[in-house]
Write a protein that binds this ligand. Structure first.
Ligand code: FES
Length: 304
């Protein structure tokens, strides 16, 4: 018998927000859906978000799941947590937040909270027209666990975000290794590799999802290579999704000292308010996350 908290049992016996949200013709409102897992693997979750287009606010959230007590409770918790948030705020909800909302989950059931976080991201990325694959690093996306179809990038992310230190924990969080077991040695290698990278990095101790905290907490100045990598990461994870949703995009062109040169694309490149976009959406974000000295400049059209 699993040792569930009262909150888990409450949401299992009386789940909130269960069901679908049908497409609507209501003006100014759209429905986004994200689906994760497969019934063949034992857990599947479909998340529906009703979004107010102008404010990006989640008006309603519902779920359908085929899963265990923890999957139902995690899904129900997630829907309660994201209602009223903007999509950007919702993207900051982590699997740890879901588990905390529930007062904790048994270690072997943490994959249910990960599934909730992934369904949320899938729904928001679908809504914004961003291919989910672009969220992974291509060179790290090799399949590691064929039993559960888990890629290296997904395993790395779980290790970093949850400070996992052994293969059994990885199985608990993303299921990899929980079938035939033939991938366990590979998982051990990935854990070692992440630990070595973390030991070398000045960002040691911070998860990939906490770029928000990195700049303010670092003790030593970043090297140029580290600064460029962090700028790229913030652009990819925090800036581009917002611009893409508005029909624009940005590409890092060069970094020269504290001057960050970018190519504005799509609607951003031709938009008369692109200067404001630069200052507010990009420069302020990079100053906050990387260094307050950064100045963002758009590359002249002739240089493109
Ligand atoms: S390949 Fe990972 S458990 Fe079988």
């Amino acid at each position: 018998m699993w040792d569930y908290t009262d909150k888990v049992l409450e949401l299992f016996y009386d789940p909130k927000n269960q069901g679908a949200i049908e497409e609507t013709s209501e003006p100014g409102v759209k429905v986004a859906t994200g689906e994760i897992g497969s019934i063949a693997c034992g857990d599947a979750l479909r998340l529906h978000l009703k979004v107010e287009v102008e404010s990006d606010k989640i008006l309603d959230a519902r779920f359908q799941t085929f899963g265990c007590t923890s999957a139902i409770a995690s899904s129900s918790a997630l829907t309660e947590m994201v209602k009223g948030l903007t999509l950007d705020e919702a993207l900051k909800v982590s699997n740890k937040d879901i588990a905390n909302y529930l007062g904790g989950l048994p270690e072997a059931k943490m994959h249910c909270s990960v599934m909730g976080q992934e369904a949320l991201e899938a729904a928001i990325y679908n809504y914004r027209g961003i291919p989910l694959a672009s969220h992974d690093d291509d060179d790290e996306g090799a399949l590691v666990c064929s039993c559960f179809g888990i890629s290296e990038s997904k395993i790395r992310r779980a290790i970093v975000e949850n400070n996992l230190t052994d293969a059994e924990q990885v199985t608990n969080y993303v299921k990899a290794g929980g079938g035939c077991g033939s991938c366990l040695a590979n998982i051990d290698d990935i854990i070692k590799s992440v630990q070595q990278e973390s030991a070398k990095s000045p960002l040691n101790g911070h998860s990939a999802k906490t770029t928000t905290d990195i700049a303010s907490s670092k003790q030593r100045p970043l090297t140029n290579v580290q600064k460029i990598a962090l700028i790229q990461k913030v652009l990819d994870e925090e800036v581009r999704p917002v611009l893409i949703a508005d029909g624009g995009d940005v590409e890092l062109y060069d970094v020269d000292g504290d001057r960050v040169k970018v190519l504005l694309q799509g609607a951003c490149g031709s938009c008369s308010s692109s200067t404001a976009t630069l200052k507010i959406a990009i420069e302020a974000r990079l100053q906050d996350r990387v260094s307050k000295n950064l100045i963002v400049e758009a590359v002249e059209p002739s240089l493109r």
